[in-house]
Design a protein around this ligand. Structure first.
Ligand SMILES: [Fe+2]
Ligand SMILES: [Fe+2]
Length: 278
């Protein structure tokens, strides 16, 4: 029986790429803007441990899946997340050069992820689906609105685009496993509330920590610019809000937002750049 809901024309397979962003991380790489730089760095700080937990949660159920298409996609999902985790680990190591308390921020988040790793398997998988929804919506937004990364240094822009492309490709994998093996819609939605709280909590705390190092924690100008970026114009979070909330619909399914055309265009662009680089 086919369980996979990943549509025709989308393949889930890792790309073995490396990004050297160590020099760019010595600067305020996102347009010399302290808030934007700290916000994206704060997201990156959650990826190595977060994505490892996504892999662990899906692994808890992979033996129960018979659909060969979904089995192959699980392999691809694990490969993609493992490489994201590796590249974001390098990224986060590079953040130390700017004097940020990376160890402190990592320790705080790792403690939380260790707690998540002890939850019952169904909740771990529900948490993964919720977190994957956030990454999928943000990924779509980054690909659809390249102007949001305007001013970012070139390798950083590429790294975030590569991650956004692969998050889009595998956005339904954990969800399909959940639907086949757990299927509890209320649990999925309740756990999403916890994921929401923690996602914004750690993003906020890490952003504050890095702004403090930059000497900008109490800068009204920095915060007004940041609030405008997220909630005003362009309003990164404001514009994503309806899509975040779609997860509460009973009939929610990640590919209801069919962004295959955007994915295809982004992929062509990415591959042209790889060929030029090699
Ligand atoms: Fe990822
Ligand atoms: Fe993912």
């Amino acid at each position: 029986m086919t369980i996979s809901s990943t549509p025709e024309g989308v393949s889930v397979a890792p790309r073995h790429v490396r990004f050297d962003v160590s020099e760019e991380l010595k600067t305020l790489w996102h347009g010399n803007d302290a808030f934007r730089t700290a916000f994206f760095n704060a997201l990156s700080l959650q990826f190595p441990d977060g994505e490892q937990q996504f892999i662990n949660a899906v692994r808890l159920y992979r033996d129960r899946i018979d659909d060969p298409k979904l089995k192959a996609e699980i392999r691809g999902f694990i490969g993609q997340e493992a490489l994201h985790s590796r590249e974001h680990q390098h990224y986060n190591d590079g953040l130390k050069a700017r004097g940020y308390d990376v160890e402190g921020m990592d320790a705080r988040f790792r403690k939380h992820m260790e707690w998540v790793g002890k939850l019952p398997p169904s909740r771990q998988l529900a948490g993964t689906c919720g977190a994957e929804h956030y990454t999928a919506v943000l990924a779509n937004a980054i690909l659809r609105n390249p102007q949001w990364m305007e001013g970012a240094t070139p390798t950083m822009r590429e790294l975030w685009r590569w991650h956004a492309i692969e998050e889009t490709e595998h956005k339904a994998v954990a969800y399909d496993v959940y639907r086949a093996c757990v299927g509890n819609d209320n649990l999925r939605r309740i756990v999403f509330l916890f994921v929401t709280y923690n996602f914004f909590k750690y993003t906020f705390l890490n952003t504050c920590s890095m702004l403090k190092t930059e000497g900008k924690l109490w800068s009204l100008r920095t915060w007004l610019g940041g609030i405008n970026f997220l909630w005003g114009r362009p309003g990164v979070l404001r514009r994503c809000l309806p899509e975040f909330l779609a997860y509460f619909r009973r009939d929610f399914q990640p590919w209801q937002q069919d962004n295959r055309a955007l994915l295809k265009a982004s992929l062509a662009d990415l591959e042209v750049r790889y060929q030029q680089a090699s």
